[in-house]
Structure formats: C-alpha cells, structure tokens
Design a protein around this ligand. Structure first.
Ligand code: ATP
Ligand code: FE2
Length: 327
C-alpha cells in the first residue's frame, strides 16, 4: 500500500510517498526562503499554491509511480498557520476526490513523534519536540500523547530565529546561532525560566537583545550562552518527564533537534540516567511529508478515515486531543 502525504503547516510544502512497511519512496519539498522579516501567512500560502503541482509531480516521479498506484491521501490538518494548512487540505481533497482515494487528516505534532519511532529503535519514548512554533515534551499515557511540559509563549526555534534576525543573520536562524555558538567561549548568565514543567523564552529573548544592544558582549558568547541556557531548560523538563513516567527512552523531534549541541546534551543526560537517546536523520526532524504519510498509514490501518466534510483545517489542534488507537 502506498500513501501520499502532504505537509503544509508552515514554511514547507512537502509531498511524500511511503509504503505500509515504512519505506520512504519519495520525500520532496519546497520551503520558503526568507531573507528579512518574519513569515507572512498569505505570502507563504501563495508560495505553496505556486509550487504544489510541481512538488506532487516530483514525488510521483521519484517514487516511479502514478496516482493509480496511490491507495491513500494523508495531509497535515493542524496545528499550524491557517492559510498554509488550507492549501495542503485543498490539494489533498482534490487528489482524493478526483482519483477516488480515501482521505486522512493527521496531527502534525504526533507525526513528528511517529516518524521518529519508525526511523529509530525507540519503542515507548518521551519525545522532546523542539521546532519553530512548538516546544513540547510528550509521552504516551492512557491512550493519548500527553503533553508533560510545553512553552508558555514562543517555541524554542522561534526564539533562536528571532534572536538571529535581531543580529541581522536572516532566516532560519537556528543553524546560524549554532555556528556562532561554536566560537563562543564565555558563558554569560541569562534568565533560566522553567515554571513547573513549562518553559518560557520571551523574557530570555528580551534580555539577550538588551545585552546585544549594550555592545558589552560578543555575538559568539551571546549565541553560546543562549543555546546552553535554553537547551538545559528543555532537557530538565524532558528528564523530569522521564522520571515521572518511568520511561527510559528519549526521542528528539522538530527542526531545532538538528542542533548538534542539543543532541550532545540530550545524549549526556540519557547516559547519566542509563537511558537511551534516539535522533532521526535531519530530513525527518524538520518539517517533512514522510511523517504525514506514515502517520496517515498507521491511522488508516487502524480503521480511521476523514470524510471530506470533516477535513477542514484545525490550526489549534492539540496533541492530546487525538485518541491513539494505532499504537
Ligand atoms: P512546527 O510546525 O512543528 O512548529 P516548524 O514549522 O517550526 O515546525 P521545523 O522545520 O520543525 O519547522 O523547525 C524549524 C526550526 O528549526 C527553525 O527555528 C530553525 O531555525 C531550526 N533549524 C532547522 N535546521 C536547523 C539546524 N541544522 N540546526 C539548528 N536549528 C535548525
Ligand atoms: Fe513541524
């Protein structure tokens, strides 16, 4: 069985074809590049409209198949930017009704977790999901992916991107902050904001901007200290979720998890508590359509489909609203 998955929650328009054995036959994407300023939802949606046909075609070509070989259409129904989600949903509906294929709308955050379970040996992990818009520590308990801790304001990726933009480094800022941080030597004390199991990055961002404007610190030291501080916060909450649930696996997900320093810190924390740390390849950490196709496949095998009249976008869809009947 082949599932065609479509990802459009934010900057990336992705199309993938994945088999029910978990073989990724194609995983194509076209992501918006932004040099200055933030993402403008309508402009990103325009980009997706422009590239959607080409990306679908490229995915079919890569997988060496045609629409008649596709058995299921999966799309990210939420959470995400409404304008962007609408384009993906529209393409999915058109393909499903034109080619008479079943349709399935999946939760983007859960997809980040399930692709990690497919691509690594992780079985029942705590997931540290660190992306641009989202920062959540998630684990399966009582038939749902529960959020044990999350950001109270911006995602850790947005935090890094905004700080990078403030220093004139462009978007995405995560990799640029990482490069600078590798050259940093002096740790500068910053606010450390963990409230119960939740996290907050807004105050740290303001503090960093003030320090940058004061010209007393180098960019390298600020980037280094920003990373050390916020990654320690992420791992403190992850470690407590592991202790609370008794799980001894940590799985990383989301674009920020491409950061090698975060990976090293996560591995060290796991070593110290005799746990295992799993990190999928970068291609499956950042937004990608393979994860949408794979979660669609899992849910479909468990008997779920999304009737067209229930396929409208869900920009605020929460991870813990989904009943996990496929695991
Ligand atoms: P979501 O919709 O799940 O919140 P997203 O739209 O923010 O996801 P992702 O691709 O999961 O997209 O994550 C983007 C974030 O990852 C950005 O903040 C970016 O700076 C960061 N990032 C991407 N690649 C790297 C890298 N190689 N090193 C460090 N950070 C990275
Ligand atoms: Fe994502």
């Amino acid at each position: 069985m082949n599932c065609l998955g479509i990802e459009t929650t934010a900057h990336t328009f992705g199309v993938a074809i994945v088999t029910d054995k978990g073989e990724v036959r194609a995983n194509m994407k076209d992501a918006v590049q932004i040099e200055e300023g933030g993402m403008i939802p309508a402009a990103v949606a325009d980009h997706h409209v422009e590239v959607c046909g080409t990306v679908v075609k490229k995915a079919l070509e890569k997988a060496q198949c045609s629409m008649k070989d596709i058995d299921l259409i999966a799309f990210s129904q939420g959470p995400g930017i409404g304008n962007c989600l609408t384009v993906g949903t529209f393409v999915a509906r058109v393909l499903a009704s034109l080619h008479k294929k079943p349709l399935i709308g999946v939760n983007h955050c859960i997809a980040h977790l399930e692709i990690g379970r497919l691509k690594t040996e992780a079985k029942d992990p705590v997931l540290l999901y660190a992306s641009g818009a989202n920062t959540q520590v998630i684990a399966l308990e009582g038939g749902r992916y529960r959020i044990f801790g999350e950001t109270l304001d911006i995602g850790v990726g947005n935090f890094l991107d905004q700080f990078a933009r403030y220093m004139g480094l462009g978007f995405p800022g995560g990799p640029k902050i990482y490069e600078l941080a590798c050259k940093g030597k002096n740790f500068i004390e910053l606010p450390y904001v963990v409230k119960g199991m939740d996290l907050s990055f807004g105050g740290i961002l303001t503090n960093l901007k003030q320090k940058y404007d004061s010209h007393q610190y180098s960019k390298e030291d600020l980037a280094y200290s920003a990373q050390e501080t916020v990654f320690a916060m992420l791992l403190e909450v992850s470690e407590r979720a592991m202790a609370h649930t008794g799980k001894n696996e940590l799985l990383l997900g989301g674009g920020v998890a491409c950061n090698v320093r975060l990976q090293d810190m996560a591995k060290q924390m796991c070593r110290e508590r005799n746990a295992q740390c799993f990190v999928p390849a970068n291609e499956f950490l950042v937004d990608n359509a393979a994860m949408i196709a794979w979660l669609g496949t899992l849910e479909h095998k468990a008997g779920i489909t999304t009737p067209v009249e229930q396929s409208k976008v869900l920009p605020y869809w929460r991870t813990d609203e989904v009943e996990v009947i496929w695991s």
